[in-house]
Design a protein around this ligand. Structure first.
Ligand code: GDD
Ligand code: MG
Length: 364
């Protein structure tokens, strides 16, 4: 039985206002929290116990997941009263591990969906004898990520987190946010102070001459850290472009393209498309169009409203005729009749946009 650590303590700043109430890993994709999706995938790969490294809004995780019995896996928690960074969080979570010093421990960033063969990554790690094995993927623009060049044997040469100069962009191969550590290597990380695994631990291992391997796997991969990538991730799960969606048995897939969860009331005259999810308790009135969106619980969408590639927080009210395009609407907000919310706009939790008003991008 393999143990895993899930890093779920970040503030989710780029996903505000959605993360004002819900930590990023608990935001729903295809009708279930990202964390639940990740735990199910890990379990299918042979992980039997997972330690959640929590900090921001830890209560939301414990309330939703408890001891993991509903997911058929053992869930434990390691809480940081002040955030310890990615490396500090891994070290802190290791206090809750049961495995021995030579056993493999899988570590996941809590905002990733992917098609990675996790079991194969673990097997390769064990047979190579590496200190750490990293899942790498290739992207067109690597600047938002950690760059990880390797030699022809897969040995990691250097680690360049969020490069700032053109000269540092030596590869489009990036850290995909899933690692396998030899347990004893985690125990070498300093306990109780902030540590970045990307900026401190990995470069330190390379300096010490430890074998750090990178395995390039170009199956589906997405970091859901921005609103646009978050919505895209959910859409990709609903449409099947991203593998491993667990659609609740009570939900309906409409036209193979959209997901309506149990207890939502969608008018037969409304049009859902493009991988939209309509969550529990929502009401969607006639002639509304919802294309490529995440609509969280208990949202009301009025007659003829049109929503495109947007995320709408729980309990929001979208009045008749409103148009929302590539925007984020916080929980409980009210978008007035015929209001227009433009690309990149973020409407705060509980905010009220008066009837007929146009809102354009205000921040990013
Ligand atoms: N417990 C805990 N404590 N978790 C944390 C902390 C902390 O102090 N800081 C961040 N996390 C968690 C976040 O919740 C998230 O799940 C994960 O660690 C990664 O943090 P992000 O904020 O999403 O990092 P990133 O996307 O900018 O960069 C990371 O991921 C990229 C791949 O998506 C880095 O690992 C990059 O190297 C990598 O390319
Ligand atoms: Mg991220």
């Amino acid at each position: 039985m393999i143990e895993a650590i899930l890093l779920v303590g970040g503030q989710g700043t780029r996903l505000r206002p959605l993360t004002a109430t819900t930590p990023k890993p608990m935001l729903p994709v295809a009708g279930q929290p990202i964390t639940v999706h990740q735990i199910r995938r890990a379990r299918a790969a042979g992980v039997g116990r997972v330690v959640l490294g929590t900090s921001y809004r830890a209560d939301v995780f414990t309330r939703a997941l408890g001891d993991g019995a509903d997911l058929g896996i053992d869930v434990a928690y390691a809480h940081e009263t002040t955030p310890l960074g990615t490396g500090g969080a891994i070290r802190n979570a290791a206090e809750e591990l049961n495995c021995g010093p030579n056993d493999p421990v899988v570590v996941f960033n809590g905002d990733i969906i992917n098609g990675l063969d996790i079991a194969a990554l673990v097997d390769g790690h064990v047979s190579s004898g590496a200190a750490v094995t990293l899942h790498l993927t290739t992207v067109e623009d690597p600047r938002r990520y950690g760059l990880v060049p390797t030699d022809e044997t897969g040995r990691v040469l250097t680690f360049l987190e969020k490069p700032e100069t053109e000269a540092e962009i030596v590869t489009n191969q990036i850290n995909a946010g899933c690692y396998v550590f030899r347990r004893s290597v985690i125990d070498r990380i300093a306990l109780g102070r902030p540590v970045s695994v990307e900026r401190e631990t990995f470069p330190g291992l390379l300096r010490d001459g430890d074998l750090v391997r990178g395995v390039v796997d170009d199956s589906y991969w997405l970091d859901l850290g921005t609103p646009w990538d978050y919505v895209q991730g959910s859409v990709d799960l609903v449409t099947g472009r991203a593998p491993g969606a667990q659609i609740p048995s009570s939900a309906q897939i409409r036209g193979g393209q959209s997901l309506v969860l149990d207890g939502a009331n969608v008018s037969p005259e409304a049009t859902l498309s493009g991988g939209t999810t309509i969550d529990r308790g929502c009401v969607v009135a006639a002639d509304a169009i919802v294309d490529g969106c995440v609509v969280m619980t208990n949202v009301h969408i009025g007659q003829g409203a049109r929503l495109f590639r947007s995320a709408v927080g729980a309990g929001a009210k979208i009045e008749a005729g409103a148009v929302i395009t590539e925007a984020v609407v916080g929980d409980g907000a009210r978008i007035g009749r015929d209001a227009v919310i433009g690309a990149g706009a973020r409407i705060g939790v509980g905010a009220v946009v008066p009837d007929g008003i146009t809102v354009t991008a205000n921040s990013d």
